[in-house]
Design a protein around this ligand. Structure first.
Ligand code: FAD
Length: 472
């Protein structure tokens, strides 16, 4: 008989672990399946990753975050110092996530084989544990968190230019901790050293395939020799040992929530590693999936809303990363006609990656938001730079604030503010932060009186879209 459990998480990277931990904290019985770790590898984690781990009290993974190192970029022949990143050994980090999961009551099982079938209301997970035991699980919900190795089944993901990362260790004496990105004629390279070990990753186009394993080292070395700044940083060290390969193309699954299976992290949407934000994006995806799963189980009548929330969030994030990446690739002009650069400077489209804050009209609409661990519908403020809408700024509901302000146009703002704060049940400090947000979006006109800037707010649509419709 298949064992009945609440939730099975397949994969224990950042997305799987954070989803498992937060669902366990909500009281679900969570089993997380993980695999033995692979070769050592270092990734650069952003400050935002450290903040998310801290906010959620994930001390095990936090203590495995590596040293803050300087980031440098040499792109289009120009060298620039960027901000810091944390050079973190991923096996140690993932072991920290596992400790966090166990400390939060998630049951963790090492497996050698996993198969998932029946992605309907009754998924079935067949598992061979590291001890050789075979189990059949029929959980209420499955979290597909196997990263880039999560199968797509019969569906076709959206994929950017096919890219493979070739990695070799750098031998020789210990080097200064740092990271460096450098472009070259047929790709780009990332050198990372955490003070103890160093690696060089070379990202190349693999649309036409790659040479056989035996010839990969020669390909790697031929590209590495063209790197000017990285070669200087590595010297007198040299690439040593075998070349490992990882798929690095940006990709997004076409179906991320089917029946009782949800894809999180790279399994849903894997950004181009050029973004350097994969782990942050994976944590964010897991955090939002928790509310989606909780909604579908606790308030199934809101399933469609939760699905819309998750799909929009995933697609929007994927497109943003892709457009930022495209703009960065297009900045490299020296080899713009070569296949690697040509394929990346025009994908996914020509839309700008960011719309400047304060441009265009503002609307108030009803959209799905996360409230108290559930997806619910609320009035949000939609601006061109925030197409999914902003519900609250520092816990102040913006749409409600705009509606109140609308009633008191022309009145002195200093006199109006305490009354407004009182009416909305918020502190003066919070109100000031929300008013500043509206000013930054040029919604409030500069001056001493409450004045909604007519050029930036679409006054006609301050009446909610569909407010009188059947759903509201
Ligand atoms: C070459 C390269 C370099 C990168 N560099 C960076 C970087 O510097 N900074 C950054 O933030 N991001 C980087 N990324 C992206 C980052 O690695 C991912 O975005 C992030 O790890 C995604 O987290 P995840 O939890 O979704 O998946 P993963 O971290 O991939 O975790 C998936 C987990 O599932 C497990 N798994 C797979 N199959 C099974 C199975 N059958 N049974 C059980 N478990 C299974 C795996 O062992 C793994 O633990 C890089 C990616 C690539 C390809």
């Amino acid at each position: 008989m298949p064992q009945k459990r609440d939730i099975t998480v397949i994969g224990a990277g950042p997305a799987g672990a954070v989803t498992a931990i937060l669902l366990a904290r909500l009281g679900y019985d969570v089993l997380m399946l993980f695999r033995a770790r692979g070769r050592p590898r270092i990734e650069g984690l952003s400050q935002r990753v450290v903040e998310v781990l801290g906010v959620h009290g994930l001390d095990g993974s936090l203590s495995a975050v590596g040293p803050a190192v300087n980031r440098q970029a040499v792109w289009n022949g120009e060298a620039a110092a960027r901000n810091l990143e944390f050079a973190t050994e991923r096996n140690a980090f993932d072991a920290g996530l596992l400790r966090d999961a166990e400390a939060n009551g998630v049951r963790c099982l090492e497996t050698t084989r996993v198969s998932l079938t029946g992605q309907t209301e009754t998924p079935l997970v067949r598992v061979t544990s590291a001890e050789g035991e075979t189990l059949e699980l029929s959980p209420r919900f499955v979290i597909e968190a196997r990263g880039r190795s999560a199968p797509y089944g019969l569906t076709r993901p959206t994929v950017g230019a096919e890219t493979t990362a070739l990695t070799r260790r750098i031998g020789g004496q210990a080097h200064a901790p740092q990271t460096m990105v450098e472009s070259f004629a047929d790709g780009w390279a990332w050198y990372v050293c955490d003070g103890a070990q160093a690696f060089l990753q070379i990202f190349v186009d693999s649309a036409g395939g790659l040479p056989k394993r035996a010839a990969l080292a020669a390909l790697f070395d031929a590209h590495a020799e063209t790197l000017v700044q990285i070669s200087a940083a590595i010297a007198p060290g040299k690439p040593v040992g075998p070349v490992t390969t990882r798929n690095a193309a940006p990709r997004m699954a076409s179906s991320i929530l089917t029946g009782s299976t949800i894809r999180v992290g790279d399994a849903a949407s894997a950004p181009d590693p050029l973004s350097g934000n994969g782990v942050f994006a994976a944590l964010g995806s897991g955090l939002s999936a928790v509310a989606v799963v909780n909604t579908i189980i606790e308030t199934p009548e809101n399933r469609a809303l939760a699905q819309r929330f998750y799909e929009e969030r995933t697609q929007d994030g994927f497109l943003r990363f892709a457009r930022v990446g495209r703009s960065f690739y297009a900045m490299e002009k020296r080899w713009s006609t070569r296949p690697f650069w040509r394929a990346r400077a025009n994908w996914p489209d020509q839309e700008p990656p960011h719309v400047p804050a304060g441009s265009g009209k503002l609307r108030i609409e009803r959209r799905p938001v996360v409230d108290g661990g559930l997806i619910v519908e609320r009035k949000v403020v939609v601006t061109p730079d925030q197409p999914r809408g902003i519900w609250r700024v520092d816990s102040v509901p913006l749409a409600e604030l705009i509606e109140h302000l609308h009633e008191s146009e022309g009145e002195p703002i200093a006199e109006r503010a305490p009354l407004l704060a009182n009416r909305m049940g918020i502190g003066n400090g919070k109100l000031a932060v929300a008013l500043d947000w509206l000013r930054s979006r040029r919604v409030l006109a500069a001056g001493e009186s409450v004045a909604i800037e007519p050029a930036s707010i679409d006054l006609d649509s301050i009446e909610l879209k569909g407010e009188k419709g059947a759903n509201h």
